[in-house]
Design a protein around this ligand. Structure first.
Ligand SMILES: [Cu+2]
Length: 157
């Protein structure tokens, strides 16, 4: 039993890049393009980016994220005021009906602190998103290179 458990855990934490760009459905929400960047060591926080499409008629909101990859995961917003960037904690990220909301470089993002281990390019790990109305869904996050600006998910190959 022990070996079976360890084997499946390893698959979750180190699933291959074949899962890149998969989309998870939760009611009227489609959650896709989940990615992160490789980290140098485990002491600095990692980022989490994702695209959420709300095809329904009701507004929703992302209220939190959790992951076994980090002891502490928060939603942040990047705000530049008078040329100075800061990252206040975002209690909720609006997911308006009929729109795609992105957590992306320069805007809203997930911040993963106290990493269990460094993130290496090619790894993937699960993140569970909690929505005010739709509930919870878990997506696989692909770890891209240190300088990546995002996945290329329209690649049909
Ligand atoms: Cu941040």
């Amino acid at each position: 039993m022990r070996n079976i458990f360890l084997g499946s855990l390893a698959m979750v934490l180190f699933a291959s890049a074949a899962q890149a760009c998969e989309t998870a459905a939760l009611g009227d929400l489609a959650i896709g393009d989940a990615w992160s960047r490789a980290t140098i060591g485990a002491t600095r926080p990692a980022v989490f980016y994702v695209a959420i499409t709300n095809a329904g008629a009701q507004d929703d909101a992302l209220t939190g994220i959790t992951t076994p990859a980090a002891a502490m995961a928060m939603l942040h917003e990047t705000v530049v005021k008078d040329g100075v960037a800061s990252m206040p904690h975002a209690m909720r990220v609006q997911v308006p009906a009929g729109q795609t909301t992105e957590l992306a470089p320069g805007g809203y993002h997930g911040m993963l602190m106290q990493l269990a281990s460094a993130l290496n390019e090619g790894d993937s790990f699960p993140v569970t998103l909690t929505f005010e109305k739709a509930g919870e869904v878990t997506v696989n996050v692909d770890v891209l290179s240190l300088r990546s600006e995002g996945p290329t998910c329209d690649d049909a190959s």
